[in-house]
Design a protein around this ligand. Structure first.
Ligand code: GLA
Length: 450
């Protein structure tokens, strides 16, 4: 009877869709993976024992499935990296010899949370007054919907990759911000506030139904407080301390309040930063600022730990920093009882620099050994275990890698010089690395042990 009913349901859905002229949804993820995986820890060992497994291979289990029920698993990529999906000459679920197709397929196959690395940054989206460029964001939305993935919007307020014209009294002024600062021709508080609020209104109106998680602010702190001109940021200089409470971080509140007002109550609005994995002064500054804002009624739903870590990362230290920030949930629950339990941490830009210790100052094309890859696998396993401890305590709900593979990683370029880093789970030829298996193994074991 049950079977009959489900056939009837499927039939009526198909007819319904056909009647509306819509195409039946395609199970892309399913079609990119052979059937029958159990995702058990034992089964995983059979696959982990195989050599030279490609990340896009049909007979490789999906990495995010090991994390099901624990946390989301995400990846950042460039809009160009998903363009094969939109190419009508590409059969997206068929095996392909084209590396661009293979990378796009691997994104679809292994992750359930997506982020655009650059194309939702404000300089890209609002390059000139009254000019909005949301095309790449729209593609992210279309791709995300097709794959059933969650989306993170990254990022609105930052000191880098932000439109320079926002900060100038005359938006057509071609001089540098430093010159404007010295010549007294920076924008006024009113101008910058108006430009920011207008942009957020356009952005949120456009994306609020599809992109539910946002890094509203990125890297607003220096090592111990709000960024200043000396730290390359003109936000605090221009908007300053509006409410007279002694802190020039009011632009952060303005951004969160506007995003909430336009985007609605169901958005997850976050603040994101680096070095929170180890730098106590910064962790304390983040804690104090978010607490102060929460108590003022600014609903900040979580903190993103970028997590650009190194092979020498101190996992115990990192855990204690996460615990400290996670304890903000008590303040959040007190201030926003109707959203109790909604405060979270996300690991937003995870990668692992291999040039540490004696290699720290080295550039060029280092050849990594099996031993290096084993050490990396070990470190990624320790990290995953620690993240999953916190996920099971309801403190972390997503882990996002910053890049698809070792070739597509910002860490290959340091201070304008090239170095052959190996930061991610997948090698440059798209072979999965030992750390791919160690991460899967840590998650599979956790699921098995409950
Ligand atoms: C920071 C930013 C990201 C990205 C990386 C480098 O962490 O938050 O958007 O630019 O640097 O790729």
């Amino acid at each position: 009877m049950k079977k009959f009913l489900s056939i009837l349901l499927a039939l009526s859905l198909t007819l319904g869709l056909a009647a509306c002229g819509e195409k039946e949804p395609v199970d892309y993820k399913g079609l990119l993976t052979k059937e029958g995986f159990t995702y058990s820890a034992d089964e995983l060992e059979d696959y982990a024992a195989m050599d030279d497994v490609k990340v896009y291979a049909n007979d490789l289990p999906e990495l995010d499935k090991y994390f099901e029920g624990l946390c989301d698993l995400g990846v950042a990529f460039g809009a160009n990296q998903i363009s094969p999906f939109f190419d009508e000459n590409v059969d997206f679920t068929a095996e392909s010899a084209d590396m661009n197709v293979q990378i796009a397929q691997s994104i679809a196959k292994h992750y359930n949370m997506y982020v655009l690395g650059n194309e939702l940054k404000s300089d890209h989206c609002n390059p000139a007054p009254d000019t909005y460029n949301f095309d790449d964001g729209d593609r992210l939305v279309e791709f995300g919907k097709a794959m059933g993935a969650k989306l993170r919007g990254h990022t609105i307020v930052w000191h880098s990759q932000v439109p320079q014209w926002w900060f100038k009294a005359d938006p057509n002024d071609t001089s540098s911000l430093q010159d404007c600062y010295q010549n007294g021709t920076l924008a006024s508080r009113e101008q910058l506030t108006e430009r920011l609020e207008t942009y957020i209104t356009e952005l949120m109106t456009h994306f609020k139904d599809d992109i539910k998680i946002w890094d509203v602010c990125n890297e607003v702190l220096n090592g111990s407080g709000i960024r200043q001109v000396a730290d390359d940021s003109y936000w605090a200089e221009i908007i300053g301390d509006v409410d007279g409470n002694g802190y020039a971080d009011d632009y952060v509140e303005i951004a969160f309040n506007k995003a909430r007002e336009v985007g609605g109550d169901d958005l997850v609005l976050m603040i994101n930063d680096f070095n929170l994995e180890w730098q106590d002064t910064k962790v304390n500054a983040m804690y104090d600022m978010v607490e102060r804002m929460l108590r003022k009624g600014v609903r900040i739903d979580g903190v993103g730990f970028q997590s650009h870590i190194g092979l020498d990362c101190n996992v115990a230290k990192y855990r204690s920093c996460l615990e400290k920030i996670a304890s903000l949930s008590e303040v959040y629950d007190e201030c926003f009882p109707e959203y109790k339990g909604n405060f979270r941490i996300q690991i937003t830009e995870l990668d692992m620099n291999m040039y540490v210790g004696s290699l720290a100052g080295e550039y060029g094309f280092h050849v990594w050994t099996d031993e290096d890859y084993e050490k990396q696998a070990q470190k990624y396993a320790e990290l995953t275990e620690m993240f999953l401890d916190l996920a099971q305590e309801g403190k972390i709900d997503a882990i996002v890698f910053w890049g698809t593979d070792d070739e597509n990683s910002w860490l290959n370029n340091m201070d304008g010089k090239m170095r052959r880093n190996a930061a991610l789970l997948v090698d440059r030829d798209l072979t999965v690395k030992p750390c791919f298996w160690s991460v899967a193994r840590a998650a599979a074991a956790r699921k098995a042990n409950g």
